[in-house]
Design a protein around this ligand. Structure first.
Ligand code: NAP
Length: 473
């Protein structure tokens, strides 16, 4: 596929291969953008600010609704693209494509709800004969940088609100999964987005990132990705708005009166969705000791039943990790935990990029797989006697995106809601439940600010105050 630059679809002599991580087969190639392309994109986006700002609310709504319809009408094609270039199975990919329709539809709706407030200027002496209000105006140019694990919907989470808010956008999708983003770019143009309002640059973040991030023509950076890149971008950004959606290491606490069957089923899915490459995937589960053995046995049974392999096979539950290197990293973390005394209850093996769904027990808090974001298909189980101690251990990492608790006792539920340090606490659901319109984001190393269309739209616009002095009033 080609990239979109200054209103044109362009090729470049230097290209990047997009390969299926399951078998290494070539899916497509994309241009490798050069530093000159970055300058072209920045200049074009800066010029397109006016075009974007002048799109009426109705036009923004029409483009976003039209793009949502295109994704819906071509759902299988979008799903196959997600499944081939990334890690998701076809069933997981269909769900992401359906969510993308929602994200674009919500963005269209929110465009119509973007409003301000009147300001009571006469509420203090000195404000007499003044009337006014504030309205929300676009920030100008939004730089959107996206990761590989939700290659379509996370792009929609940035483009949807940016367009709804009247901004020009430069999109830099993950190098390993650029095709879904390019297809969404095509859909937006087909739905009537002026072609210069969006620049979709394909190329390596390590090469293009520093210049894009530091440029003063970019007024907001909306980044989703890992902590390391997030820290680097924040350090280089200078004076501009920043939204950081980073990783996590999500804990679940299971109390003795919980529906154990539901907790096990939904947490197995929450741990191994997208081969565990999910920022809100379940990584650590604390289970009250009285029900620990029952929960563990059922969890292990369900894990062992997981079918791993070809992503395009309807029967496959879990595909490969995004690269063999990532799979090797996860294997080495499992090996470290075992060397520190942990036991493998299920899985633990690896073939190429395919890591078996793995359940560990007896992982010490000092192990990397306890402390860091694993971003792979592994889960640690811990029995506990004291709820406060379970909450302390659940909070003992430098992340806080989602946390979950399973219980029927309302008091226990409230202790979990109040005690767990996270952007969201899910009660009786796995940590990987998310609605695309809810405020989404984390604390500590999980990031800054909130996404979820309405909340992104606030971040991507600014209040502009209008004050009238009318002495005749
Ligand atoms: P990543 O390596 O941090 O890359 C994310 C994006 O940043 C890619 O487009 C990457 O480009 C780009 N990038 C890398 N270095 C950059 C730099 N110095 N300047 C500008 N851009 C740069 O993350 P990933 O491996 O794709 O995704 C996994 C991570 O994303 C996990 O930590 C996961 O938890 C997190 N995530 C968070 C959320 C959330 O909403 N909180 C959602 C999904 C994923 P290249 O691809 O060219 O390197």
């Amino acid at each position: 596929m080609r990239m979109l630059l200054a209103g044109e679809w362009v090729d470049r002599a230097e290209t990047i291969d997009v390969r299926d991580p399951f078998d290494g087969s070539l899916v497509d190639t994309v241009p490798s953008a050069s530093p000159e392309d970055v300058e072209t994109a920045l200049a074009a986006a800066d010029r397109a600010r006016e075009t974007a700002r002048r799109m009426t609310t109705f036009e923004r709504w029409r483009v976003l609704t039209g793009a949502a319809a295109i994704v819906r009408d071509n759902l299988e094609d979008f799903a196959r693209t997600i499944a081939r270039e990334g890690s998701k199975t076809i069933r997981e990919a269909r769900k992401e494509a359906r969510r993308t329709v929602n994200t674009l539809t919500i963005s269209a709706e929110e465009a119509k709800r973007l409003n301000g407030e009147t300001i009571p200027f006469d509420s203090f002496p000195g404000g007499e004969q003044r009337r006014g209000h504030f309205q929300r105006v676009p920030v100008g140019v939004v730089l959107a940088i996206t990761p590989f694990n939700d290659p379509l919907n996370l792009v929609a989470h940035k483009l949807g609100p940016a367009i709804a808010g009247g901004n020009a956008v430069i999109l830099k999708p993950a190098t390993v999964t650029p095709l879904s983003a390019l297809k969404l770019t095509e859909a937006l143009l087909a739905a009537g987005l002026p072609s210069d309002v969006l620049q979709t640059l394909t190329g390596h973040g390590a090469v293009l990132g520093d210049t894009l991030v530091a440029d003063p023509r970019v007024r907001m950076i909306s980044f989703t990705g890992g902590l390391e890149a997030g820290r680097r971008i924040t350090a280089r950004a200078g004076l501009k708005k920043i939204g950081m959606e980073l990783g996590s290491n999500s804990p679940v606490v299971v109390w003795k009166d919980a529906d154990l069957e539901w907790a096990a089923e939904t947490c197995v899915s929450g741990a191994f969705w997208a081969a565990g490459q999910n920022c809100i995937g379940v990584q650590r589960i604390y289970v009250q000791r009285e029900v620990y053995d029952r929960f563990r046995d059922r969890f292990v049974e369900l894990t062992r039943a997981y079918k791993i392999g070809d992503k395009l096979d309807e029967a496959t539950d879990m595909g490969p990790m995004i690269t063999e290197t990532e799979a090797e990293r996860v294997s080495s973390w499992i090996a470290e935990a075992v060397a520190m005394g942990a036991t493998v209850l299920a899985g633990g093996g690896r073939t190429g990029a395919l890591v078996e769904p793995t359940v560990l027990e007896g992982v010490p808090e000092t192990a990397t797989i306890h402390r860091e974001e694993v971003f792979g298909p592994t889960v640690n189980l811990y029995p506990f006697d004291d709820l406060d101690e379970a909450i302390r251990s659940a909070n003992s990492v430098d992340y806080g995106l989602h946390a979950a608790g399973f219980a029927r006792d309302v008091e226990v539920c409230f202790r979990l809601i109040e005690g767990l340090d996270a952007g969201s606490v899910l009660i009786n659901d796995s940590t990987d439940y998310r609605l695309d319109s809810m405020p989404f984001g984390g604390i500590k190393g999980s990031g800054l600010g909130r996404e979820g269309v309405r909340f992104s739209l606030q971040e991507m616009t600014e209040p502009k105050v209008v004050c009238w002095y009318l002495p005749g009033l």
